[in-house]
Structures are given as structure tokens and as C-alpha cells.
Design a protein around this ligand. Structure first.
Ligand code: NDP
Ligand code: 2IT
Length: 444
């Protein structure tokens, strides 16, 4: 396999899909050497079979808003690979959603899920519907219309969706309700459900907590304590909130949060009380992060990114390509020692290069944010057994899974000078598991 030739071919076939090509390129570059040691992989054309999703569903979603106007959005589900388990991955509702973004996410999800040690394949779905400014009744009608098409393609042993940007407990509840009615079954077809109807304890917290558990594993390799460290967190949604919660529990000091309009910088630290305010603001009132600055009298930068500040640790938790090469240089120059990605592909290839050249700790999303989907896997297990585990049991399993992912990265990503290349480690470990499963199951 020659990476450039494969990438050129995919670019020719999918010319309008830059995020998908970006994600594929990163994985292929890391696995090239290992792949070429296995001539049987090349003979079976494993690369094309791994890069191109099994299938893509796209459909029209028609819904009526509160003023009585009929609206049309696009809906999608990408079933990337079920080599090691049912398709599994979130649903994103955001105006920017398009096939390129969902294909990159489904591709990444396949390797991430392999790393969790649980039997889950990779998928992703979503819509260009923007929940921003919509009433709960509008969101409900949209979710119902979306599932009216989606339900035919999913099921507890086929494809199990969950949340992502713009999709949290409220939306999963509405989608599950509609699915249950259409499919005439009460099963674990969605994860991230409410606790009263099959949801797992710790699932809402899992991505943020898991990212910090992974960060602790990385810091341990250098005997560094997280206590007292100044942390830059981007986003202010599910992942950012529970990232802050765990940081506070460990005595670290989160100082930033953001949304798509701008960011806040609070030099005194975002305390527990302030985080409670953010949770109410974002999850109940559905307000803007600017209001934090107005309430607590700190700096707000409209249109800015948190990486303009300086901190010991960076935790990107908003969206793809939110941290570019210049931002990475600024972080390294101002003393950042670790970057752990809560979001999917938040650092551009240029930024990753800067972090790795500087030999700072850098964990890609597919390793560091895998705690979310791993806990979804634990929710599936509990649903199948028709029981629920305690808070401490799920949290202990999550911690163990993050430690196992770290160990896999360290095993496959160790460089001769002792530096751990977590990108290489995660990609090789995830790839080898999926590749072996595909080879064993024949040409399909
Ligand atoms: P939420 O919708 O809860 O929060 C997303 C946050 O990111 C919001 O603050 C949002 O601001 C901001 N944001 C979204 N898009 C943009 C954009 N284009 N530019 C700037 N800011 C943006 O989503 P999550 O917290 O669940 O997801 C955050 C990231 O974590 C995503 O990359 C997701 O794929 C990833 N992830 C999520 C998991 C989960 O379990 N939820 C699991 C693993 C990864 P605004 O409100 O203004 O849109
Ligand atoms: O990107 C992700 O891993 C998620 N949005 C969570 C997927 C899931 O199925 O829990």
C-alpha cells in the first residue's frame, strides 16, 4: 500500500469530502508500515474495504414548526463497519452536518470502538437540522420525523445510535419513544437513554470523565500531578461540562469554556458553583456562554477560540478542526504540557505535528474520548441482561477501559526515544483488531 496513491484515488472519487479524506489520511499514514508487513491484507484489498463505508442511508425529513410552516432537512445514517459488532455511534444535529463530516466520524468511530475492547462496529448519523432557537415541541417533532425513516435501518443487534453534538438526553428520549412505537419493541436500540427507561448511570458523564481518566494515565508516564494545573477547555456542552466536573474533583483549575459565538476566560477558575450555573444555562435555559461573563464579570471574546489563552493542559471539547497549527504553536510556546481530545478530530494535521515535534503529551480523540461510546457499550450490556449496574460499578469499568486503551496506545505507539505517539498507537491497535476480524469473515 502506498498511502498517497490511496488518498489520491479517494480524493478523486469523493472530491467534496475534505474531513473524510483528512481522517483517512491520518489513519493510513500511521498504519502503513504495519500494513505492509502483511501481504495478505493487500491481497484482500483491505484498505478500500476499510475506508469505504458498508452503506449510507440518506433521506428527507419533513417537520412542521410552531408557526405551522413545513420544513425540510436532510437525514443520514452511515453504517461504516460491523466487522466486530453491530454498527454503533452517535447522531449529530447541527447546521454544518453533511456526508463528509458523517463519513469521517463513522470511520473514526470504527477504530475507536475497536479500542474500547467491547464488541461494537462503527457508524454515525445525523441531520443538518439546527436545534438552536427551536422549542422543545419543535425538537420533538423533528426527532419523530427523523426516526420515521431511520427506524427501518436500526435495531439492538443491527445498529445502535446515541448522542453527539446537538443530541443529548432530551433528543435520545424523543427518538427512542418513536422507535419503540414503530418497531413494537422495548430494547436497547438507542444508548444515552434516561435512567428511568434503560439508560446507564455515568453515561452522561462518561466522555468527559473518560477523557480525564486518559489524561491521568498520560500524566502518570511523566510523574505529573493534575492538581493545581490550569486547564483550557473548549465547548460548553456535554463533554466540556463533565470534563470540568472531573477536573474540579481532582483539584485542577478549568479557566475557559466556549460556544460557537465566542469564549469566556475566568482567571479565578470555573468553580463548582459556576459550573452548576453553566449546566443550568446550557441544558435547561439553552442560553449562550456570553451570559457567564455577564454574570461573573470576566472576559468574553466574541468569535474567538480558547487557544488564544495559555494553560498547562488543553482539552478541546467542541468540534472538528477547532485547533489549528498556529494555535498549537502558541500553546506549546506558552508552556502547555498535555492535550487530550474530548472532541472528534479537533486538532488539524498541522497542530498534531506541532504537538508531536515538541514531544508534549498528545492524545487523539479516538483514544481519549472513547469513554462515551464504551459506556454506551456497557448500557447495551445492561439492557440485554435487563438489569442496571450501580454508579460505582460503571465508573470502575470506565476507568479500567480507559487504562486499557492507554496501555494499547503505549504498546503500539512507543518510539525509540521513549516518546509515546498516541496517534500511531491508537490507529495501529484499532486497525489490527478490525483487520483481523474482516480477514476471518471472508470477502463480503
Ligand atoms: P454538545 O452539543 O453538547 O456541545 C457541543 C459544544 O461545542 C457546544 O458548546 C457548541 O456550541 C460547540 N460547537 C459545536 N459546533 C461548533 C462549531 N462548529 N464551532 C464552535 N463551537 C461549536 O456536544 P458534545 O459535547 O456531545 O460534543 C462535543 C464534541 O465531543 C464533538 O466533537 C463530539 O463529536 C465529541 N464526542 C461526544 C461524545 C458524547 O458522548 N456526547 C462522545 C465522544 C466524542 P453551540 O451551542 O454554540 O453550538
Ligand atoms: O463520538 C462518539 O463516540 C459519540 N458521539 C458517542 C457514540 C455512542 O454510541 O455512544
Amino acid at each position: 500500500m502506498k498511502v498517497q496513491a490511496v488518498v489520491d484515488d479517494l480524493t478523486r472519487r469523493f472530491p467534496h469530502e475534505p474531513e473524510y479524506i483528512q481522517a483517512v489520511t491520518e489513519v493510513l499514514e500511521s498504519i502503513e508500515e504495519v500494513y505492509n508487513q502483511h501481504p495478505e491484507f493487500e491481497k484482500a484489498n483491505l484498505i478500500e474495504r476499510l475506508c469505504i463505508p458498508d452503506r449510507i442511508f440518506s433521506f428527507r425529513v419533513t417537520w412542521v414548526d410552531d408557526k405551522g410552516k413545513t420544513n425540510v432537512n436532510m437525514g443520514y445514517r452511515i453504517q461504516h463497519s460491523n466487522a466486530i459488532g453491530p454498527y454503533k455511534g452517535g447522531i449529530r444535529f447541527h447546521a454544518s452536518v453533511n456526508p463528509s463530516i458523517l463519513k469521517f466520524l463513522a470511520f473514526e468511530q470504527t477504530f475507536k470502538n475497536a479500542l474500547t475492547t467491547l464488541p461494537m462496529g462503527g457508524g454515525k448519523g445525523g441531520s443538518d437540522f439546527s436545534p438552536r432557537g427551536k422549542s422543545s415541541a419543535e425538537v420533538m417533532r423533528f426527532c419523530q420525523a427523523f426516526v420515521l425513516e431511520l427506524w427501518k435501518h436500526i435495531g439492538p443487534d443491527t445498529d445502535v445510535p446515541a448522542g453527539d453534538i446537538g443530541v443529548g438526553g432530551r433528543e435520545v428520549g424523543y427518538m427512542f419513544g418513536m422507535y419503540k412505537k414503530l418497531a413494537k419493541e422495548f430494547t436497547g436500540t438507542f444508548t444515552g437513554k434516561g435512567l428511568e427507561f434503560g439508560g446507564s448511570l455515568i453515561r452522561p458523564e462518561a466522555t468527559g470523565y473518560g477523557n480525564i481518566y486518559f489524561l491521568l494515565e498520560m500524566l502518570k508516564t511523566r510523574n505529573i500531578d493534575v492538581k493545581g494545573k490550569k486547564c483550557l477547555v473548549s465547548g460548553s456542552g456535554n463533554v466540556a461540562q463533565y470534563t470540568c466536573e472531573k477536573l474540579l474533583e481532582l483539584g485542577a483549575v478549568p479557566v475557559t469554556l466556549s460556544d460557537s459565538d465566542g469564549y469566556i476566560y475566568d482567571p479565578d477558575g470555573i468553580t463548582r458553583e459556576k459550573l452548576d450555573y453553566v449546566m443550568e444555562l446550557k441544558n435547561v435555559e439553552r442560553g449562550r456562554i456570553r451570559e457567564y461573563a455577564e454574570k461573573y464579570g470576566c472576559k468574553y471574546v466574541p468569535g474567538g477560540r480558547v487557544w488564544a489563552e495559555s494553560g498547562d493542559i488543553a482539552l478541546p471539547s467542541a468540534t472538528q478542526n477547532e485547533l489549528n497549527g498556529d494555535a498549537a504553536k502558541h500553546l506549546v510556546e506558552t508552556g502547555c504540557i498535555a492535550v487530550s481530545e474530548g472532541a472528534n478530530m479537533p486538532s488539524t494535521p498541522e497542530a498534531i505535528e506541532v504537538f508531536q515535534k515538541a514531544k508534549i503529551l498528545y492524545a487523539p480523540g479516538k483514544a481519549a474520548n472513547a469513554g462515551g461510546v464504551a459506556t454506551s457499550g456497557l448500557e447495551m450490556t445492561q439492557n440485554s441482561m435487563r438489569l442496571s449496574w450501580s454508579h460505582s460499578e460503571v465508573d470502575a469499568r470506565l476507568k479500567q477501559i480507559m487504562a486499557d486503551i492507554h496501555a494499547q496506545c503505549a504498546k503500539y505507539g512507543a518510539e525509540p526515544d521513549g516518546y509515546i505517539n498516541y496517534v500511531k498507537g491508537a490507529n495501529i491497535a484499532g486497525f489490527m483488531k478490525v483487520a483481523k476480524a474482516i480477514m476471518a469473515q471472508g470477502t463480503l
